[in-house]
Each structure stands twice: as structure tokens, then as C-alpha cells.
Ligand binder design. Structure first.
Ligand SMILES: [Zn+2]
Length: 303
């Protein structure tokens, strides 16, 4: 075979393989990272929200619709995290595979441990409460494991011939995650029981896993911006309980957290809730590496 024909032949094989790849769209970059862990080069993946954006509010762009139109599968966080922007995109995509209830619509919350499920009727008076439970559940690495397992199963259903491939990728991820969790747990062990304040209720799964105690929030109610009376109360609570660290998501105004921290002689840690929050957080493992390193150095700074 001459080289020109060989090149054409290889290109044709490449095109076939590309055509056979599962085309996945995720709502967030955390999910995209887990899709890559399990799907490897048998999938293509793109995320709608970027990790530095507030996932409750994403500006729809026309390119999102084009991507959704071609998707084999849409993977979402669910629990109404994306309720403000995703439902119209799904409808307008006209792609029957990814409509809610169809096989290509994958809501991974159903496989995870969910906290803060309201036990009473939710009203708007309680603020912007997520009525189905806290949707920031990917911040417990054990939920990352559950999501990855669910993805391996979904991909295998869609591409039965690749079942062993996805199972192998999951097994490898599972092993690396177990090792990483051991390392993270060891780093956080000295701070077990440490009381902290967070801005939004983004961290219950994270703090529960790592044994931190969230005493209060900068937001007086979920989704409601800081108010002077609540801020004063918070300063008193933090002084009384000797709480020094405020965890803040990158897309919130730092003025209130900074002034509270300086009033109590504490420190603000701008932790990243998502992959892609800053450039160096390129995958699910680096997300925890970044947040835990920052938290540990913040705790060390405030004593
Ligand atoms: Zn939220």
C-alpha cells in the first residue's frame, strides 16, 4: 500500500471512530471532568456553564443550542440548580434524545447523597431555597465516585460494545479517587470540628465529608445579598465562638465577607466550587487539591 492510500485509509478509520464517539454535553465543568475520566477518548464532551460562573445564573448563548442539537446525552446536576437557564435550551434544541425523561437526559443527582432536603413546605420567604435538596453535592468526593459510576453505566447502555472500556476507566478512576481522598482526609484531619462561616450554602457536602462545622452564612437567606443587621449578628457570633474563616465562592462580592473578617481578625478564603474556577483547576482531582491547600493555609494563617 503506498503512503497516500495508507493515509486516506487511516483518516477514514479516524472519521468512523469520531462518528461513533458519544457526544456528551454537561451543564457544569465538574460533570464534564467526570465524563472525561470515565469516557476517555470514546466520548467528546463540552460544558455549558464555565467553572468561574455562578451555576444558578448562566447567560444562554446561541452556541449552546447548536451543541445541544447534536448531543447524544445531556448530563445535569439537577435539583433545580439549572432551573433558571437550562429548561428553555433543552426545549429549543429540538433534540428528542435529551428531553427530560428520555434516555439521553441524565440527572446524576438521583445517584448521589443529597443533603438539606426540606421537610416543610418551601416558600419564597425562605429565600432562594432549592426545594429538592442542596444541589452543590459534587463537592463531596464520594458523590464524585457515585456520579462516575452512574456515567459508566449510562455510557455502557448507549454503547454496549464499549462496556469493558468504560468499566476499566471507572475502575481506574475509583482507585485514584480512593488514594486522593486518603490524602485529602489526612490534610484536613487537624481541622476536624473547626467552625466556619460560608457565603452561600454551596459547601454542606464538602464540610460534612471533611468534618468542618458551618455555623452561619454571609447571605441572610439563600440567594439574598448581605444585609447590615445580619452582618452584625454574624460578627457577634464569630467573636463569641472564635470563628476566623469565611469560605466564599468566586462570583460573590467580597466587600461584606472582607469587612466581617477584618472585624473578627479572621480571613476570607475564596474557594472554588467548580472545575475551571481558575485555570489550574483542570479536573475533579485538582478542584479538591486547590480548595484543601487553600483552606489549610488559611487555617494556619488565623491559628
Ligand atoms: Zn445554591
Amino acid at each position: 500500500m503506498n503512503t497516500k492510500i495508507l493515509a486516506l485509509f487511516l483518516a477514514a478509520i479516524g472519521a468512523c471512530q469520531a462518528a461513533d464517539k458519544l457526544n456528551i454535553i454537561t451543564s457544569t465543568q465538574d460533570l464534564a471532568s467526570l465524563v472525561t475520566e470515565v469516557g476517555g477518548d470514546h466520548v467528546t464532551v463540552d460544558s455549558i456553564a464555565k467553572g468561574y460562573q455562578d451555576p444558578h445564573f448562566v447567560e444562554p448563548k446561541p452556541s449552546f443550542l447548536l451543541n445541544l442539537r447534536k448531543a447524544d446525552m445531556l448530563v445535569v446536576v439537577g435539583l433545580q440548580l439549572e432551573i433558571g437557564w437550562l429548561p428553555p435550551l433543552i426545549t429549543q434544541s429540538g433534540n428528542s434524545k435529551i428531553q427530560v425523561g428520555n434516555a439521553g437526559y441524565v440527572d446524576v443527582s438521583q445517584f448521589c447523597e443529597i443533603l438539606e432536603i426540606p421537610t416543610t413546605q418551601v416558600t419564597r420567604a425562605g429565600g432562594d431555597v432549592h426545594p429538592l435538596g442542596n444541589p452543590h453535592y459534587w463537592l463531596n468526593p464520594e458523590n464524585g465516585r457515585r456520579i462516575a459510576k452512574a456515567l459508566a453505566d449510562k455510557f455502557s447502555e448507549a454503547r454496549p460494545a464499549d462496556k469493558a472500556y468504560f468499566a476499566g476507566r471507572y475502575a481506574d478512576f475509583d482507585k485514584r479517587l480512593t488514594e486522593a481522598i486518603k490524602r485529602w482526609d489526612a490534610q484536613m484531619a487537624p481541622y476536624k470540628g473547626r467552625k466556619i462561616v460560608t457565603y452561600h450554602r454551596s459547601w454542606p457536602n464538602f464540610t460534612e465529608h471533611f468534618g468542618l462545622v458551618v455555623v452561619d452564612y454571609v447571605e441572610p437567606k439563600p440567594g439574598i445579598p448581605p444585609a447590615p443587621s445580619h452582618t452584625l449578628e454574624l460578627i457577634n457570633t464569630m467573636k463569641r465562638d472564635n470563628i476566623k474563616v469565611i469560605m466564599v465562592e468566586p462570583y460573590f462580592d467580597l466587600r461584606a465577607p472582607n469587612s466581617i473578617a477584618s472585624a473578627v481578625g479572621g480571613s476570607v478564603a475564596v474557594l472554588m466550587p467548580s472545575v475551571g474556577g481558575v485555570k489550574e483547576i483542570t479536573d475533579y482531582f485538582k478542584l479538591f487539591d486547590y480548595d484543601i491547600n487553600l483552606l489549610v493555609s488559611t487555617f494556619a494563617k488565623v491559628k
